[in-house]
Design a protein around this ligand. Structure first.
Ligand code: NCD
Length: 304
């Protein structure tokens, strides 16, 4: 039995196999329509979500399986004080696999130690979000045709943005990837990523506050939302939330084939006028998220 808590638990070869499987499913979805017949996925979401939860649920339905779960902690026994460990033990009696999102860093790990079925981390606090990263890798592969030799700009809330931490961890393992990390000084990448991932693996990176000055060099621009729910006070959020807004004028300086990504939800970081630009990949990214989660469910349930 295997869970997915941190993206580094998957080897580069396993990620490649998941991408291949997702592409095979996209080619002929009918071949996969019964693969999970009789199996159940539990989605335990203690934090808001649109894409992650619904894409997991859609993925399981498209595999012929069923779904149960809750979408807010207040409607579960967590509201009565039940521990994550006990919730995980309980849900293991009802479901074959669990996807869990939780505001506390490490909660899905605790669940995985206590569950008797695989647990997928669907986002833990400001820490990690491995299935968004699988989605992002599939998107880059589809849009650029490669995961190597890329200059990747990541812009916005690099401190609290969990998708950023997992994405850097994954892409750092590919040859020729360099990062331009664009954020306000207060929202820089945490030390455990800067030192523990980038420096440790001698991955080239720059930290800057300047989007305009860096956009021309980028192959991929990954925009992120300022993570309001992780701030200690509203004033700081209000001061920082509009630090970067990608507009058509700014896109004028970018490469003609630069890919614009965003894990979504977008608040104000990407002007709506960009949506019709062929370089805007964020809604294609949403679509890829369902297929890579289908591939992941099959892998963790050990279904060929
Ligand atoms: C992200 C998340 O929840 O971390 N959303 C998602 O899963 N696609 C990004 C965000 O909320 O900003």
């Amino acid at each position: 039995m295997r869970s997915l808590i941190d993206i580094s638990e998957l080897s580069v070869g396993e990620i490649e196999a998941l991408i291949d499987k997702a592409e095979a499913i996209m080619e002929s979805p009918a071949d996969y329509a019964d693969k999970c017949r009789g199996r159940k996925l539990a989605t335990l979401f203690f934090e808001p979500s649109t894409r992650t939860r619904l894409s997991f649920e859609a993925a399981m339905y498209e595999l012929g399986g069923n779904v149960l779960g809750f979408s807010e902690s207040q409607s579960s026994s967590a509201a009565k004080g039940e521990s994550v460990a006990d919730t995980a033990r309980t849900v293991s009696c009802y479901a074959d696999i669990i996807a869990m999102r939780h505001p506390k860093e490490g909660a899905p790990l605790v669940a995985s130690v206590n569950a008797s079925v695989p647990v997928i981390n669907a986002g833990d606090g400001g820490h990690n979000h491995p299935t968004q990263t699988l989605t992002d890798l599939l998107t880059i592969e589809r849009e650029k045709g490669r995961l190597t030799d890329l200059t990747v700009g990541i812009c916005g809330d690099l401190k609290f943005g969990r998708t950023v931490h997992s994405l850097i961890s994954a892409l750092s393992r590919y040859e020729g990837v360099r990062f331009i990390l664009i954020s306000p000084a207060e929202l820089k990448i945490p030390g455990y990523v800067r030192d523990g991932v980038l420096k440790k693996n001698s991955v080239p990176f720059e930290e800057t506050t300047d989007l305009d000055g860096s956009i021309a060099s980028l192959d991929v621009l990954y925009m992120t939302r300022v993570q309001r729910e992780r701030f200690f006070n509203e004033e700081d959020y209000l001061r920082l939330r509009d630090s970067y807004i990608l507009t058509a004028a700014k896109m004028g300086a970018a490469k003609s084939d630069m890919t614009v990504m965003h894990p979504l939800p977008r608040v104000n970081e990407i002007a709506y006028e960009i949506d019709s630009d062929p370089r805007a990949a964020y809604f294609r990214q949403v679509m890829y998220g369902k297929f890579i989660r289908m591939a992941l469910i099959l892998k963790l349930l050990e279904i060929e």
